[in-house]
Design a protein around this ligand. Sequence first.
Ligand SMILES: [Zn+2]
Length: 270
Amino acid sequence: MLKKLFKNVLCCIICSVLVSGIICFIFLKGSNKAEITGDTGYSVKLNGNASKADNEKVKYSSDENKNTGADKKCLGIYSKNQKYLILANRDNPLPKDYSLSLRYICNGRLQASEYLYDSLVKMLADAKTEGYSYWIASAYRSYEKQQSLVDEDVNICMGRGMAYEAALEEVYKETMPAGCSEHQTGLALDILCSGNTNMDVSQMEEPGNKWLRNNCYKYGFILRYPEDKSNITGVNFEPWHFRYVGKEAAKYIMKNKLTLEEFYKKLGNI
Ligand SMILES: [Zn+2]
């Protein structure tokens, strides 16, 4: 009798141990689920089966994502000056809803973004004290204006006997399609020297142009299409075309001899 009772108690103990073991196993399996948040702010979920090595692998790949070649200095400049740094080129047309605040310049003859107004006035005033004066040939151009420039040139080519498609292709070699011109941002200016208003490479021989190229960054402007970078910008050397990007970005871009495209490349995947 005592032996039977002992046998039953032993059986109960073994059963209890087994049941609590199973409960513990299930609980621990659940608590292994963890969530880690990377520096980039996104979270990575690890499931309960992940080993330590797996966790390290996930952490490593989250760091890898963080460092997609982005240059910290460029990112810092970009985050503070984003509104001045919009990129417009053949591969990056402006958004359809791109809007800007314009201000009259050159005694009401032209309009440009209000962002550059004060800097332009200061730059031209300082140049004047050095003995240089300029003729601003072009500033803001609307989408429609750019399209009409393209149409005009296409008509000229077609007048010479070219078919429409061929004429358009020819025109796009020199003229940006509507939506892709920097002038539509209101941040670009074609600045010619008063003594030579030819919009060609002869500008670079002018002391006034040299002064602009050397000093524009102090006022937030860059030479947008440098001589040796046409393979990157897709535009031939234009010593007259200056682009406002804000003082901080201009200093960085000009000192490091970059184009806006190269600056963007340094930002990584933004
Ligand atoms: Zn221009």
